[in-house]
Design a protein around this ligand. Structure first.
Ligand code: AKG
Length: 212
């Protein structure tokens, strides 16, 4: 299991990537018809499993930071929208632990740019302050262990720092519309895989999951 810090220059926590590839119990959930069925209904077509990780966000008092407003999609080598993220609480989470907030319907703004882990510290709000007027911000939420949020990877979202004194444990799975094709843009998930430009994301790592 690969262990890495979630951010190269802002220490938000510890992330374990591709956990389902080494843990059969997690794979039983991540590759399940039940989860695929939820993803497929929301995406509107068949779905591929794309990626997953467990993420422990450190308390702020232990150098954990906030997650600034961003879209996920601009960081992925995909030629079309529709990918989504199912984010599952592994422990009971209160807003103080840094649950995510979303700008509702902001996926309709399209791709606004790459802002996650920017080395020049330019933020999405620096360049697109209008999004706060245009899209309603979801309220801070509490989640019970096992509850989930789902967001389209173009929805603008953020999470405050974890101001509790315990780590914030979550498990996240990413899903692709089966029609999505590979653009060749750099991403740590796909760079080593020799995918073919402009072709569907066909690879044993990204199986189409039956929904029943
Ligand atoms: O866990 C967080 O604090 C942020 C996660 C996030 O932005 C994402 O999963 O897309």
């Amino acid at each position: 299991m690969e262990i890495e810090h979630a951010s190269s220059h802002q220490d938000r926590g510890t992330r374990w990537d591709e956990v389902s590839s080494t843990c059969p119990q997690i794979k039983a959930l991540s590759h399940s018809p039940q989860l695929a069925s939820i993803a497929s209904q929301l995406v509107g077509e068949e779905v591929r499993f794309y990626s997953d990780h467990v993420f422990a966000k450190n308390p702020e008092s232990e150098a954990g930071g906030d997650t600034p407003w961003h879209q996920d999609f601009p960081h992925h080598p995909l030629d079309r929208q529709g990918a989504l993220n199912i984010w599952i609480a592994l422990v009971d989470l209160t807003p103080e632990m840094g649950t995510m907030q979303f700008l509702s319907r902001s996926h309709r703004a399209g791709m606004l740019g790459r802002y996650f882990n920017r080395r020049d510290n330019v933020t999405l709000l620096d360049e697109h302050p209008w999004v706060l007027d245009e899209f309603e911000m979801s309220p801070p939420i509490a989640l019970k262990a096992g509850d989930a949020t789902v967001h389209d990877m173009n929805v603008i979202h953020a999470a405050p720092a974890n101001s509790s004194n315990v780590p914030r444990w979550v498990y996240s799975t990413l899903w692709l519309p089966v029609s999505a094709r590979y653009t060749g843009a750099s991403n740590h998930r796909t760079d080593p895989l020799r995918l073919t430009l402009d072709m569907p994301m066909e690879h044993p790592k990204f199986p189409v999951i039956p929904t029943r």
